[in-house]
Design a protein around this ligand. Structure first.
Ligand code: MF3
Ligand code: CO
Length: 260
């Protein structure tokens, strides 16, 4: 069942999305060599609760953190830990906040210090794949058009597109119908309608598309241990226009000329 949001509900969705964006902006100020991912997790949790939000990942199906931490070959759903970030790492940070009963979900992959040029290009290309998907997410189009836009952009550049995890609808629950895969054919899947809120979240690998899930049941890594990037926005489909509810502007403010 796909929930179409009313105008009032879309205002609440916007507030949740703004809070998750501000949270990532806060975390961005701290991303640097030597900082533990547990420290980033604490910053995010406190920022959310100080602003009236609930860290929606924390305790979700037993997930142990506010943030999903994705260092280098981790694709998604890594745990915060005492691992200290190192110069040359990339770290994806994915999180969800619930505010006034609605959820905002966003992810951003950061470069830590000096990152090798191929990996930097993976970050730029994965972010661009997200925006290509958003471009295709118009009222009246099908989910397959979004999926295909992401897949085509990434595969033309030789990257692996992760199959096992998808974007999703979002609202009172962090995961609602429909699924939003990052691969597929144009013209298939549900039709996008005004009032739908969806998350698009490409997970793109420098090497092959294959992934493994760790013994903890969560941590998803690339099989070949090459790096993987992940960016995510929450969107609202509106009559004749698609609104990106989350924003990377707070991250941009925090990173200054290190923003890519
Ligand atoms: N954006 C992630 C997703 O949609 C958020 C996961 S939170 C977790 O899968 F609790 F499931 F880890
Ligand atoms: Co998501």
């Amino acid at each position: 069942m796909i929930y179409l949001k009313t105008a009032e509900e879309l205002l609440l969705m916007q507030e949740a999305a703004t809070l998750v964006s501000r949270t990532l902006g806060e975390v961005a100020k701290w991303v640097a060599p030597g900082v533990t991912t547990a420290k980033l997790d604490t910053i995010a949790r406190e920022f959310m609760t100080d602003n009236g939000g609930r860290p929606a990942c924390l305790g979700y199906m037993g997930f142990p953190g506010t943030l999903c931490i994705e260092v280098n070959d981790t694709v998604v759903h890594g745990f915060p830990s005492d691992y200290a970030l190192r110069d040359g790492d990339i770290v994806g940070i994915d999180t969800v906040v619930e505010l006034n009963g609605f959820n905002g979900d966003s992810a951003y992959t950061f470069a830590v210090g000096d990152v090798d040029p191929k990996t930097m290009q993976l970050l730029r290309d994965t972010k661009e794949a997200l925006y290509r998907g958003i471009e295709a997410a118009k009222e009246g189009a099908r989910i397959g058009n979004v999926s295909n836009a992401v897949q085509t952009y990434a595969e033309r550049r030789g990257y692996g597109v992760v199959r096992e995890m998808c974007g999703h609808g979002i609202g009172r629950s962090m995961h609602e119908a429909p699924e939003v895969p990052n691969f597929g054919r144009r013209g298939i899947g549900p039709i996008l309608k005004a009032g739908m809120c969806i998350c698009i979240e490409p997970m793109i690998n420098l090497g092959s598309k294959n992934v493994t899930i760790g013994a903890d049941g969560w941590t998803c890594k690339t099989k070949d241990h090459k790096p993987s990037a992940h960016y995510e926005h929450t969107l609202a489909i509106m009559p004749g226009e698609t609104r990106i509810l989350t924003t990377f502007d707070y991250i941009k403010d925090a990173l200054g000329d290190r923003f890519i």
